[in-house]
Design a protein around this ligand. Structure first.
Ligand SMILES: Nc1ncnc2c1ncn2[C@@H]1O[C@H](COP(=O)(O)OP(=O)(O)O)[C@@H](O)[C@H]1O
Ligand SMILES: [Mg+2]
Length: 206
């Protein structure tokens, strides 16, 4: 079993959006997937609760103190992939998630204040000795995403190739517990998520 932690000290950067979409993608690709929601707000868990019966994923809300046992249990139950969604502004939970993860994915909006805040998240992954990379999320049309990529790389922070654009489909889909694949199967957001997940599979070797 491989574990990916979605971390960003900044709220609203897209952690939950990325976590739930990776979980749906993995499940569609027949990976046995556990979605573990470490954010006390429980958005990923609530999203799963609002999915239709029969479509619910294996998702639990947990504290960082429960994480070791939950991951052990998921592995014993035959899970291929565990996805950890986390809260912003919680260094200690983020550090624990990073320690248990094989890879840390850091969603970041290509905006000045978001870019400035990335250093502390990258540092958490570094201290945990877990490889990490940024995924640029909610990029507007134009050059901003590529400028952000260059700025992050100059700080020595890895950035994965796929970019998620700013698209209404991401916020509309999750309202009633869906993913962009279920909301607009042939839409551009679904294509982006496929590319993101293909990249994650390669990074995790899962
Ligand atoms: N690529 C995107 N395009 C449009 N809206 C997005 C995108 N990513 C996230 N959002 C929206 O931004 C808000 C914050 O995203 P969320 O995933 O909850 O962030 P976090 O979990 O990091 O706090 C949500 O309303 C979400 O629907
Ligand atoms: Mg969230």
């Amino acid at each position: 079993m491989k574990t990916i932690a979605i971390l960003a000290q900044k709220g609203g950067s897209g952690k939950t959006t990325v976590a739930v979409h990776l979980a749906v993608c993995a499940t569609r690709q027949r990976l046995r997937t556990a979605l573990i929601d470490l954010d006390p707000q429980g958005s990923a868990h609530d999203w799963n609760e609002s999915r239709e019966d029969g479509e619910k994923l294996d998702a639990v809300k947990a504290t960082s103190g429960q994480l070791a046992a939950l991951l052990k249990h998921a592995k014993a139950a035959g899970a291929d992939l565990a996805i950890l969604d986390t809260a912003p502004h919680s260094d200690s939970v983020a550090a624990i998630a990073a320690q248990f993860a094989d890879f840390v994915l850091i969603p970041c909006r290509p905006a000045r204040f978001d870019l400035k805040a990335i250093g502390s998240t990258a540092q958490i992954a570094k201290l945990a000795k877990t490889p990490a990379a940024v995924v640029i999320n909610a990029a507007p049309r134009g050059k901003l995403a590529e400028e952000a990529r260059a700025a992050l790389q100059q700080q020595g922070i890895a950035v994965i190739e796929p970019v998620l654009q700013q698209r209404a489909a991401y916020s509309h889909a999750v309202i009633d517990g869906r993913s962009v694949h279920e909301y607009e199967p042939d839409g551009k957001a679904a294509t982006e998520i496929d590319a993101l997940f293909a990249c994650v599979r390669q990074l995790l070797k899962v």
